[in-house]
Design a protein around this ligand. Structure first.
Ligand code: PHE
Length: 336
């Protein structure tokens, strides 16, 4: 009889620990703890045991019964709890996990801001290819055949007359070829120059070009437009000056300078102690260029300008190494 009691105990323990669903648990209950279950059976058998053995066996059997019932109740409780936990696995009171949001690259921000200012003045945006022909990059822009910019030193040539554009000015030609005046476009894009990479020069950078051609466009229009831009971009009290320079595709040509907004013209590291910062090249579109796109230079005149985005962004944010814009170090980018 002692043997039997032990067998039932082992069987019960095994089956109980194997039961994971409510149904399995119920099967264990029926098999061992119900009115006709294994334990009730043992009580039945107790009746035919010799009276002398009854106290010891009875105690053993009672212990089994109580332990089994206790273990069963415990198991039932944990199973129902874990089920409850499973359905409540979303804890709405937990603080959210922050997902870092990307931001626009400082060069894109600068570009967008410049575009916005010119768009409010009635310019629209045009683009052109980065792989250009010699004609669009140089020839149509009035560069003479022996001009040094064509040299292998400056230009990445792909084939004899195919190259990576060295400026955004070829988009002027493409734009004018496709429409009749008035033309009022800004042309942002990437350009390439064969230079050693350093804090001050890169092999690839960005420019934004501007072009306005119509009847009776004068140098005053050029000045007025660029000054209006500078006031919006750099602030109302910035001073400016234009200094004569040379570009093959504009005549006359002028570099635009603004008073250094860091030292207000006193002289500092940013302006290399001259008080002025060069911000762009500009000029009246050369009559040859107008002729090359089939515009009559006796009827139409225009102005053009071009600025380097990296340079503008460096001046604006006080960055002293152009390479930082391309390393994409998050610690740098997060500052904008
Ligand atoms: N393309 C010239 C450059 O790369 C800039 C420029 C554009 C100058 C338009 C005058 C007019 O330096």
């Amino acid at each position: 009889m002692t043997e039997k009691i032990n067998q039932v105990r082992v069987a019960f323990d095994n089956e109980l620990s194997g039961a994971v669903t409510g149904d399995e648990l119920e099967q264990v209950r029926v098999k061992f703890l119900s009115r006709n279950g294994a334990i009730a059976q043992l009580f039945e058998e107790m009746k035919s045991v010799p009276a002398a053995e009854k106290p010891v066996l009875g105690k053993l059997l009672n212990t089994l019964k109580n332990a089994a019932q206790g273990a069963f109740d415990e198991r039932k409780k944990t199973l129902s709890q874990s089920k409850e936990q499973r359905t409540r696995s979303i804890d709405l009171t937990l603080p959210g996990r922050p997902k870092p949001i990307g931001t626009k690259h400082p060069l894109t921000q600068t570009m967008d801001e410049i575009k916005k200012i010119f768009m409010t003045m009635g310019f629209s945006v045009a683009t052109g290819p980065e792989i250009e022909t010699d004609y669009y990059n140089f020839g149509a822009l009035n560069f003479p055949p022996e001009h040094p910019a064509r040299d292998m030193q400056d230009t990445f040539f792909i084939a004899k007359d195919i190259l990576l554009r060295t400026h955004t000015s070829p988009v002027q030609i493409r734009t004018m070829e496709q429409q009749r005046p008035p033309v009022r476009e800004i042309m942002p894009g990437r350009v390439y120059r064969n230079e050693a990479v350093s804090a001050r020069s890169l092999v690839s950078f960005h420019q934004i070009e501007g072009l306005y051609v119509d009847r009776g466009v004068t140098f005053s229009d050029l000045k007025g437009t660029l000054v209006a831009f500078a006031h919006q971009f750099y602030g109302k009290d910035v001073k400016f000056k234009f200094r004569p320079t040379f570009f093959p595709f504009t005549e006359p040509s002028a570099d635009m300078y603004i008073s250094c907004f860091l030292c207000k013209g006193e002289g500092c590291r940013m302006c290399k102690f001259v008080g002025w910062l060069e911000i762009m090249g500009s000029g009246m579109v050369h009559p040859h260029v107008l002729q090359n796109v089939g515009y009559d230079p006796e009827v139409f005149t225009g102005f053009a300008f071009g600025m380097g985005i990296e340079r503008i962004a460096c001046l604006r944010y006080g960055v002293d190494d152009l390479r930082l814009f391309y390393e994409n170090d998050v610690r740098f980018l997060q500052q904008f």
